[in-house]
Design a protein around this ligand. Structure first.
Ligand code: ADP
Ligand code: MG
Length: 339
């Protein structure tokens, strides 16, 4: 039992700017597991293809080398298995099951946060596999350093291999994904209509697919072909979600100002006190990380500062985050409040 979804293949995966690194690394790992990138660690927002890409590695490997022992689990399944094993005195069996594999994939490991015992067990699972040159693939919605209550020794191990981020698809990629999906579903939809849908839904691929299903259902219901007008009607109710989802620089400024008890004017101003400079730089850093705005645009929103000031702020915070656990925690808090 590998628990792999057979549809999550490389063939069905559209490559774009936001995922090309992750895709390339995944391909290499499927060809030579346990060699170059171990562990392979994908991180990024929900619905961006982390699970798909992870499982594509397993599917490809099994296709080319059916004898490979591939195991895919969510972090919750790992946790549950472990707890069950303890309760039924079957930890030996549990260990065999997780350590006698060639490729172990654990999805959404941010849910290991807070779970001391599970982290301990996973630490040993990790070491056993790693020392035997077995491949480990992990995903998370954020970098290991930002997962609250994740043991330092796991944080550092997760960074041993290759952490790669997956970012939201740009318009061209979204159109290509829709074209591919329409083809798989045997739908005939004009290109400009697909482009219109891709223009409306810019949050993530899961929502994009959801929109396509909605359009399809609507077209069946009305017994009309899919045209841009029909799409407009079908997606009307979704507009709100889109607007809510798009995080703005202003949202970030408000949240940061609130969190550090400084005023928005101070965030945008020129005061040099540390108690203001730090929140200002954090707000710039988060604007860079969490929105798709350009550096000049971010500078403009912070009282008309130069883009080099923004770069400096981002670099500075990125440096401190590496060594300062408190700041990491603060940033993680602000981020989760924003999400
Ligand atoms: P995540 O694990 O990051 O939340 P998933 O892997 O579950 O995201 O992807 C959500 C949906 O979007 C899945 O149906 C997946 O097949 C599809 N998907 C994501 N990225 C792509 C892509 N680049 N090409 C084709 N389909 C994609
Ligand atoms: Mg997933």
């Amino acid at each position: 039992e590998t628990h792999l979804n057979p549809n999550y293949t490389f063939d069905n995966f559209i490559i774009g700017k936001g995922n090309q690194m992750a895709h390339a690394a995944a391909l290499i790992v499927s060809e030579e597991p346990g060699k170059l990138y171990n562990p392979l660690f994908f991180y990024g927002g929900v619905g961006l293809g982390k699970t798909h890409l992870m499982q594509a590695i397993g599917n490809k490997r099994l296709e080319d080398h059916p004898e490979t022992n591939v195991k895919y689990v969510t972090s919750e399944a790992f946790t549950n298995d472990f707890i069950n094993a303890i309760q039924t005195n079957r930890t030996e069996e549990f260990r065999r099951e997780y350590r006698d594999v060639d490729i172990l994939m654990v999805d959404d490991i941010q849910f290991f946060a807070q779970k001391e015992g599970t982290q301990e067990e996973f630490f040993h699972t990790f070491n056993a596999l790693y020392n035997n040159n077995k491949q480990i693939v992990l995903t998370s919605d954020r970098v290991p350093q930002e997962i609250p209550k994740l043991q330092e020794r796991l944080v550092s191990r997760f960074a041993w291999g290759l952490p790669v981020d997956i970012t939201p698809p740009d318009l061209e990629t979204r159109i290509a994904i829709l074209k591919n999906k329409a083809k798989l579903d045997n739908l005939s939809i004009p290109n400009d209509t697909l482009a219109y849908i891709a223009g409306q839904i810019d949050s993530n691929v899961r929502e994009l697919e959801g929109a396509l299903s909605r359009v399809q259902a609507y077209s069946k219901l009305k017994n009309e072909p899919v045209t841009t007008d029909l799409v407009y009607e079908a997606l009307r109710g979704l507009k709100l979600t889109k607007a809510n989802r798009e995080l703005s620089i202003v949202d970030i400024q408000n949240k940061v100002a609130n969190y550090f008890h400084v005023s928005i004017n101070d965030l945008k101003g020129k005061k040099r006190m540390k108690s203001i400079v730090m929140p200002r730089q954090i707000a710039m850093y988060l604007s860079r990380e969490m929105t798709s705005n350009s550096l000049p645009k971010i500078g403009k929103e912070f009282g008309g500062k130069d883009h080099t000031t923004v770069i400096h702020a981002c670099d500075k915070i990125a440096e401190i985050v590496k060594i300062d656990a408190d700041l990491r925690k603060e940033i993680a808090d602000i981020k989760s409040a924003l999400n």
